[in-house]
Design a protein around this ligand. Structure first.
Ligand code: TRP
Length: 402
């Protein structure tokens, strides 16, 4: 298998673990992303690639690129090479609908994908893995399907273009050409390999074992005959959080054996919990994250009470020493969502040198997030059932490359 230096299941809890089901840092510390790049064998997304994106799209690269939120890739340079020569590609991303309300971390891949779709003018497929969550989360088939549709509304609210976007639920769409590709992929992956990549054990039910091909095949244009007929060589770019990498390592490994191109990837770090940067947010603790359903008051309270501060204990000490920006969550959150580069720099400087206090930074963050969440709420409220049906209809996308 390609550059997959250490496939084995990590059992020692003192080691960093990152896979689609578990994200935890070594000894409760921060995720070591450099180590992850080495271990997974992906590439760092460097300045020169970001400059190329700017040149090719004639617009300022998204904040998430400028500030290194999307920090790793596989073959993104090849996608840009082809694009430069006039060859388009398509985007593929997805969501496992495990909960009703999304938090800010869930929106990140979709906000970024929307930017990519607009900047490159390319079609997009969004997979809702209701089957995956039904198998992993002890949800009924019906409940998973309901959540998929609810989550589709939040995704649509991010502003995707219906003339370029196909959203599908696995329960509804799997079959036909998609299923044929799943069977082809399945035949190329041994049980040993799957256990190595995903850490499955003999105690896991066989539904889990059967799932990875479902997430793999949207990487192949022939899985969507209504979208890409005769375009079997169209390349695929997948924006995702880096915990999804195992699925696509497997996909890239089998692709050449099926005569298909490997999908390219652009991968993000994790959005930290309010309590600090040691992994992802926890669905079981509502105070660890800001949800798109939170009221202005919830947001203010959560930030004031729970956002981990790098400021000093007393004002005198703070004025003298300044804040430790490395561990400060309000600054970290602002670096994701405050668009204005110069304002962000100003805050970092003033706060880092003790002239600005934690309370002031938290106040600015509260404004930024309240505005964002309000905007999302308005936009979601405007998403009708007819719109969901329109995005999810199996149909050609006539203007998808314009
Ligand atoms: N497994 C992902 C999750 O649990 C959902 C998903 C399916 C996905 N296909 C994807 C995520 C492609 C990113 C890219 O959220």
């Amino acid at each position: 298998m390609e550059v997959d230096k250490k496939d084995e299941r990590e059992s020692e809890s003192s080691e960093q673990v990152v896979n689609p089901w578990e994200v935890s840092a070594k000894d409760g510390g921060k995720i070591d992303y450099d180590k992850l790049i080495d271990k997974f064998g992906c590439q760092r997304l460097d300045e020169s690639l970001i400059d190329r994106v700017q040149r090719l799209t004639s617009r300022q690269p998204h904040v998430f690129l400028r500030r290194g939120v999307f920090f790793a890739h596989r073959d993104f340079n090849e996608i840009l090479d082809a694009y430069e020569k006039g060859d388009k590609f398509y985007l593929y991303t997805g969501r496992g609908p495990s909960s009703e309300a999304l938090h800010l971390g869930h929106l990140i891949p979709f906000m970024f994908t929307k930017y990519l779709q607009e900047a490159f003018k390319v079609p997009l497929v969004i997979q809702l893995t209701d089957d995956e969550k039904c198998m992993w989360k002890n949800l009924s088939v019906e409940e998973s399907q309901r959540l998929a549709r609810e989550n589709a509304k939040d995704i649509i609210a991010c502003g995707f273009d219906v003339t370029k976007t196909f959203i599908f639920s696995d329960f509804d769409y799997v079959g036909g050409a998609f299923y044929k590709n799943m069977v082809k992929v399945s035949k190329c992956v041994t049980l040993n390999k799957a256990m190595g990549i995903f850490g499955f054990s003999g105690e896991d039910h066989i539904g889990k074992l059967s799932f990875p091909p479902v997430q793999a095949v949207p990487s192949f244009p022939s899985s969507f005959p209504h979208l890409f007929p005769g375009k079997d060589n169209l390349r695929c770019l997948i924006p995702c959080a880096i915990d999804q990498d195992p699925y696509f390592r497997m996909t890239r490994d089998v692709a050449p054996r099926l005569g298909y191109s490997k999908p390219a990837l652009i991968e993000s770090s994790f959005f930290p919990a309010l309590q600090g940067e040691n992994g992802k947010m926890s669905a079981s603790d509502p105070n660890s994250a800001i949800y798109v359903t939170d009221t202005a008051k919830d947001i203010k309270n959560k930030i004031n009470r729970y956002a981990f501060s790098g400021g000093q204990d007393s004002v005198e000490k703070h004025r003298e020493l300044g804040a430790n920006l490395e561990v400060d969550i309000p600054v970290k959150y602002l670096s994701f969502f405050l668009e204005d580069d110069s304002e962000l720099e100003h805050i970092k400087k003033e706060y880092g040198e003790g002239r600005m206090l934690t309370g002031e930074v938290k106040k600015r963050l509260t404004e930024v997030l309240t505005e964002m969440v309000e905007r999302h709420r308005r936009s979601r409220a405007a998403v009708t059932d007819e719109m969901v049906d329109a995005f999810m209809a199996v149909r050609p996308l006539p203007s998808m490359f314009e």
